[in-house]
Design a protein around this ligand. Sequence first.
Ligand code: GLO
Ligand code: MG
Length: 344
Amino acid sequence: MAGTFRFTFGPWNIHEGADPFGPAVRDTVAFNRKLELYRELGFEAVQFHDDDVVPDLGERSVADTLAQARAVRAKLDEHGLAAEFVAPRLWEDPRTIDGAFTSNDPACRGYARDRCRLCVDIANAVGTKLIVLWMAREGTYLRESKDSAQATDRIVAAIDDMLRHDPDIRIAIEPKPNEPMDQSYIPTTGHALALAQRTVSPSRVGVNIESAHVILAGLDPSDEMGFALSFGKLWSVHLNDQNGLKFDQDKSFASVDLRRAFNQVRVLDAHDYGSNGEYVGLDVKAMRTQGDDTATKHLSNSRTMFLRLLDVVRSLDHGAIQDLIAKRDYEELDLHIMTHLMGG
Ligand code: GLO
Ligand code: MG
């Protein structure tokens, strides 16, 4: 019996459309309204940054912060939603300008580690045991400004800190090769999983793989996912699409390369992704041209394309494919797949 998939996104995926070259072009959608939209759009869980849960984080006492997080959990319950993960937003505070765990300033490193422990507490209060770690600024603008071996040790120590803070928390590293940094320290799935082995609890460190990030590293998303699946370490995905090697585009899933998207769905379905409660996350951005009333289509369209590709995957003629593989007629297999993608 084929499994079903459950979808999720983050509140940042409904946004005002500002980019580095221009201001917002849409009204802000209030958090409560966003929560109403999840079910309407076909989604079942919310991905959070720590300050999506508690917007004025840092200005509140710890007790207040956790009370606010519990209030958000109650709101999720009202809407029949779950929290998938909480991610510490370690890239906006002035203390993270030169990195968080790998900052050259010990006071800044201390700030990052305190914030991560609080993030774990927020995750517990909002009802999830999964932390996503996108290490936005762990890398360099200037190679000579940091020591890459020491930086790696510092990242391991920071992850250990979180793992020790809560023996039940799991951490999914979201690798990305660049942006905002020139070069990031944990650019690929392989780096993340190697790092996991160095921590105090390797079994509690896995990955969240984002299609666009993998493409930016010049790799294939479905192969990266397969690698992580083989280790039992694919705990979340950020599906989207990316048109070549440029800034991180977060385009709607499957909108650039249908076959690449098909192969991601294929590997996820083949290996029962979701059967341990994993969600299909869509980390997609609306085009700046969308108006207020049409700025959620990137989410519903991405989900629709995933489900349509799932039908395509599940209607593959496995016998015919096996025959072609046995004959090593990969040219014919290529045509077979393309024909199938085009509707037969
Ligand atoms: C940016 C990342 C970012 C993360 C999010 C969760 O490139 O994709 O959107 O996924 O902050 O940690
Ligand atoms: Mg992402």
